[in-house]
Design a protein around this ligand. Structure first.
Ligand code: ADP
Ligand code: ZN
Ligand code: ZN
Length: 686
């Protein structure tokens, strides 16, 4: 008798045995099967077929294959198996996650061969097709952008060298394509993809955010009009996502473009993987299967023995380190492809002057100058809302979230107090809830407050605020982008939403406000994040023929981070930071995992972690450091108290083998019902 070992969506790290109902089939492995489980029915993936089972034969229930869906390929199952082992996550929950929602339920999309996911006809405004280099569109008016069909310019020598290296790679090789914004990295990806398509291969391109994919989609589809391109991200509707999955799996899709989850698209002819903005934190999922799509992509390239290109203007320091050590091959594009020069970066010392609601005289003058010249300015402040807290000066009351260890942020636009962690929302009180004082005061500054000040300073300017409040739907977001492109805004106020990937030809000034706080954050990755954010946002200016300028307001003008930005010297800063991490024993010089627990009371979470420490110590694993359980920085979230325990090792194999043994033990522990825990391997957030 054939025993099917099936991965099911159950929080247990094991497969479940069933016998096959009905006729024996030839290919069982990789098929979806419908099985009785407990009182209900589940859909799972057949991972293995065995001849015997630990279960007595009469106890085995029977599984029914889901008809008309092709078997998932072996390398896909192996990829899921790798994720289950490496992230110590139940294998059936990995396979479930890796499937599109429709297939998870054993359903087929209607019309599965229809064009998998038609690339939406993005407005030409949002489709920066390859343009004639140096041709600056006249201002104002969309027609300026209904430009010519894509022109194929010749690669610069640096681009040519990069393309050659990638296309000539034989087998697995990780390339780190390091090039400033506008240096032509996307051109390099497209040409490498072109050569893969010419050889009949498939290419997978990962990008950090849904918001960026439409823009890229139009560029890619304009470039490869004959190719079948599918996109995969959480914004794609279920049916289209399932169709895209099947198109990729059956080899009909030539290019798969998407966010982190598209790393799980089965692709039989896969020949190249590209990870754009590889440093971006959104490649790491922060819930459920806490995988890094970049790292899984590298595993996948190795598994398939194909090249992978990691691209960034500010590579993660981990990747930069691996490029330096020879593990990755570094490809540099040090020059911008079209703009004349890099923007001029300068600091404004805010210790020496009285600011006007956070704005320095220099920055205000620079904005006025842009208004006079008909150019755009962007003021970058990575904090939305009006003010981070509302307070009562007479009794000391402040606007706390009652569910989290966090303050409620004042949103004056709609007169609400909002928790940015749990979403709790209340009306702004007109008097202090504690003492009745009518004079409540906002403290600190967010984008709305900056907007109000700029409106006051520049009453005739057209001012647009772009943050998650003003762009809370893709439709609004696209409308805002279109307005910016059409030259319908003079001053933009934006959070990091605006920092990435967008090409605003009229933008020549970027002002950075309120960045200092991140200099001294407790997280060792905070400087890396700030540096790359400022480099990205600075890269928005002067992308076309107008030179750009970046003004950073700071009380620490001599800080090495700002010095490195002024010099455009990513490498110097990365090296300095890597030396510090080496001395402190942080990644990439050590490997980490976090065990997190949450419970209604902090004591409950800490007690579980204490038990976990005992279990770990009993294993007496070599080369492992265990830290003390501590409350998380945001200790209370949605009325749950959270604590964590850091495990570290200088050896990844040592850490992995310890984690495997440790998890086996933790899965057998009896747990209070209201306790939740999870393991985060290679955590990015602490
Ligand atoms: P990145 O991805 O590094 O930001 P892109 O590939 O988007 O850079 O290139 C930036 C701009 O330069 C685009 O408008 C692109 O069409 C143009 N460009 C890229 N390579 C060349 C080239 N070799 N010659 C002329 N223009 C180029
Ligand atoms: Zn009060
Ligand atoms: Zn809250």
């Amino acid at each position: 008798m054939k025993i099917l070992q099936i991965a099911l969506d159950v929080p247990l790290p094991r497969l479940f045995d069933y016998r096959l109902a009905g006729e024996p089939a030839d290919s069982l492995v990789g098929r979806l099967a419908r099985v009785p489980f407990g009182p209900g029915v589940k859909i799972g993936v057949v991972v293995q077929v065995a001849d015997t089972s630990d279960q007595p034969a009469d106890k085995l229930k029977s599984a029914e294959l889901v008809a008309d869906l092709p078997a998932l390929p072996a390398d896909w199952l192996e990829l899921c198996g790798f994720c289950a082992r490496y992230y110590h996550f139940p294998v059936g929950q990995v396979t479930t996650f890796a499937l599109p929602p429709l297939l998870r339920r054993g359903k087929k999309p209607r019309n599965p061969k229809a064009k998998a996911s038609a690339v939406p006809p993005a407005p030409t405004l949002l489709a920066p097709l390859a343009r004639n280099p140096g041709s600056l569109p006249p201002t104002g008016g969309a027609s300026a952008w209904d430009g010519p069909a894509p022109t194929f310019h010749s690669a610069t020598p640096d681009q040519a060298a990069a393309i050659k290296a990638i296309t000539q790679a034989s087998g697995f090789q990780t390339f780190l394509l390091h090039g400033v914004t506008g240096s032509g990295k996307t051109e390099v990806y497209l040409r490498a993809i072109e050569s893969v398509l010419a050889l009949g291969g498939q290419a997978l391109m990962l990008v950090p955010e849904i918001a960026l994919t439409p823009q890229l989609e139009s560029r890619v589809s304009a470039r490869f009009p004959g190719a079948q391109i599918v996109s995969a991200h959480s914004g794609v509707a279920d049916a289209a996502r399932a169709r895209a999955f099947l198109a990729a799996q059956e080899g009909r899709a030539d290019i798969v473009l998407g966010t982190r989850l598209s790393v799980f698209m089965p692709m039989p002819r896969l020949q190249l993987i590209v990870v754009d903005e590889e440093h971006d934190a959104s490649f790491k999922q922060q819930e459920g299967l806490r995988y890094s799509a970049r790292d899984v992509a590298i595993f996948r390239a190795k598994q398939r023995d194909i090249p992978i290109v990691l691209g960034s203007a500010t590579p993660s320091f981990e990747s930069f380190y691996h490029a330096g050590s020879g593990r990755y091959r570094r490809l540099d594009l040090p020059l911008r492809a079209v703009a004349l020069a890099m923007p001029r970066v300068a600091t404004v010392d805010t210790r020496k002057q009285k600011l006007q609601d956070g704005l320095s005289a220099e920055l205000i003058a620079a904005i006025s100058e842009r208004l006079r010249r008909g150019e755009q300015s962007l003021i970058f402040l990575n904090r939305r809302g009006y003010a981070p807290v509302l307070a009562c000066p007479s009794c000391g009351w402040i606007s706390h979230c009652r569910r989290c260890a966090a303050n409620l942020v004042l949103h004056l636009a709609d007169r609400r107090l909002r928790c940015h962690h749990c979403g709790l929302e209340v009306a702004v009180p007109h008097a202090c809830p504690d003492c009745g004082n009518l004079d409540l005061q906002p403290f600190g500054r967010g984008t709305q407050r900056l907007e109000a000040k700029l409106v006051e300073l520049f009453p005739s300017a057209r001012i647009l605020r772009i943050d998650r409040d003003s762009a809370d739907s893709p439709k609004k977001w696209h409308a805002l982008l279109a307005a910016i492109h059409a030259g319908e805004a003079d001053i933009l106020i934006g959070t990091q939403m605006l920092a990435k990937g967008h090409d605003f030809p009229l933008l020549t000034l970027v002002g950075v406000v309120g960045a200092d706080a991140a200099l001294f954050a407790a997280d060792f990755r905070a400087p890396e994040r700030l540096f790359s954010q400022l480099m990205q946002v600075g890269g928005r200016s002067g992308r076309a023929a107008l030179p750009g300028e970046v003004l950073i307001q700071t009380e620490y003008p001599d800080h090495p981070l700002y010095r490195a930005l002024i010099e455009h010297d990513y490498s110097a800063f990365a090296q300095e930071q890597l030396a510090e991490r080496d001395a402190a024993g942080f990644p990439p010089f050590a490997f980490q995992a976090l065990l997190r627990a949450e419970a209604p009371e902090l004591a409950g979470a800490l007690a579980f972690l204490a038990t976990a420490v005992e279990a770990a110590e009993a294993l007496a694993a070599p080369d492992i450091s265990l830290y003390d359980p501590v409350p998380m920085r945001l200790a209370r979230l949605k009325n749950r108290e959270r604590a964590q325990l850091l495990v570290e090792s200088r050896s990844r194999p040592a850490l992995q083998s310890f984690l495997a043994d440790w998890m086996t033990q933790l899965y057998t522990l009896k747990m209070p019902r209201d306790l939740r825990w999870h393991l985060d391997v290679d955590p990015l957030e602490f």
